[in-house]
Design a protein. Structure first.
Ligand code: ADP
Ligand code: MG
Length: 374
């Protein structure tokens, strides 16, 4: 489909980070049982590091001598990759660091990126060990494509880098509340959804976004290997502290006229995703690609009935939610967005991790990172 891939050099040196507590706490056993032999037979030498605490992977990514590694691979859920990406972006040499090919092996309870890259490879749906084998096989093949990142600005001015999602309301609540069912594996999201439906909440807030004028236009040739120019230009001597986010005004300033402003109202959920899958059985953004340069923005407004909301989530398994004819569901392709919660308490997540609650805005950086896929 015209995707331009590079190949990992051979033999390549891979650093694999395993979170022993992710999912049902079996990531290490799953690695030994299904991936180890495959990598050895494919002649892919690797070094295994078992994370010892939260943010361990983030520190490793921030401090690692990256000249030693051809790829950084995580065997966990999406949370560990979020740590690695943010560790890389905190480095002075982030412009080079974020170019190190990243890989994912599903070992967690939330394996959205693994499910997405499996889907992009045009293979029939797979779950559990089969999904792991598919991702292990992609790692052996070593094809590298581009990955969009989204920078997220919080009210405290903290900046985060996200590869998957920004969620408020129902989806964020389910993601965090269902952590206590982590031991059941990926089905925790369905359990969480049923529990949350019983106590359905609405959230008052404001939403605005920069729509994509013509999302059907094919991306420009060469874009996949051309990350956007960083702040201050690539040739300046002092390293840029972070990539520029030219689409975003200051968080306390109004959004530009080119943005669409949704009237203040009650929402059941606001969900921005930039990969096809939000979980192994949630095909959320059917048209999404790893580097389509798009934020797929969904929101559901108050007034949706419980059965209608449940139907949407059940239809999502086969990507059929947009065809449900639900008048409360809105879908837009955007480049940037701003969310201002008015309800004083609630949950906002980035890539499934809780962040500070309050106004938040985000913009896409097409192809800023690189991903082993295909
Ligand atoms: P899951 O899909 O099961 O939630 P994640 O990869 O998202 O798996 O990891 C869950 C959380 O565990 C993340 O917040 C991550 O930062 C954290 N974490 C990583 N390594 C460890 C560790 N060794 N001990 C405890 N928590 C860890
Ligand atoms: Mg997680």
């Amino acid at each position: 489909d015209g995707v331009v891939y590079a190949e990992l050099r051979r033999p390549c040196r891979v650093l694999i980070l395993v979170n022993p507590h992710s999912g049902r706490g079996q990531a290490l056993q799953l690695f030994s049982a299904h991936v180890q032999t495959m990598l050895t037979e494919a002649g892919v030498p690797y070094t295994l590091v078992i994370t010892e605490h939260q943010n361990h992977a983030r520190e490793l990514a921030r401090k690692a001598d990256l000249s030693q590694w051809d790829a950084l691979v995580i065997m966990s859920g999406d949370g560990l990759l979020f740590e690695v990406i943010n560790g890389l972006m905190e480095r002075e040499d982030w412009q080079q660091a974020i170019q190190v090919p990243l890989g994912i092996l599903p070992g967690g309870s939330g394996n959205a990126l693994a499910a997405s890259i499996h889907h992009y490879s045009q293979s029939p749906p797979a779950w559990n060990e089969e999904l792991l084998l598919s991702c292990g096989f992609m790692l052996c093949k070593g094809l590298v494509g581009s990955l969009d990142l989204v920078s997220v600005q919080l009210a405290s001015r903290q900046r985060l880098y996200s590869f998957l999602s920004l969620a408020w309301g129902f989806v964020a609540d389910v993601d965090i509340e269902s952590e206590k069912y982590r031991h059941v594996g990926p089905i925790r999201f369905l359990m969480g959804t049923l529990v949350r439906l019983a106590s359905l909440r609405v959230y008052q807030g404001r939403l605005a976004y920069l729509p994509v004028r013509d999302a059907r236009r094919p991306p420009k040739a060469g874009r996949r290997s051309d990350p956007e120019p960083p702040e201050g230009g690539a040739r300046t001597r002092t390293p840029a502290p972070a990539p520029a986010a030219p689409l975003l005004p200051a968080l306390d300033q109004p959004v530009p006229d080119s943005w669409t402003v949704v009237r203040e109202q009650e929402f059941v959920l606001v969900l921005a995703v930039y990969q096809s899958h939000l979980a192994e059985d949630l095909w959320t953004a059917p048209g999404a690609a790893a580097d389509d340069g798009l934020i797929h923005l969904f929101y559901v407004t108050a007034g949706v009935s419980r059965p209608a909301l449940l139907r949407l989530f059940l239809a999502m398994e086969k990507g059929g939610h947009l065809a449900c004819g639900c008048p409360h569901l809105v879908y837009e392709r955007v480049r940037a967005l701003r969310l201002e919660p008015v309800t004083p308490q609630g949950m906002i997540t980035v890539d499934g991790e809780v962040v500070e609650y309050g106004p938040v805005q985000a913009q896409i950086h097409p192809g800023l990172a690189r991903l082993i896929c295909g």
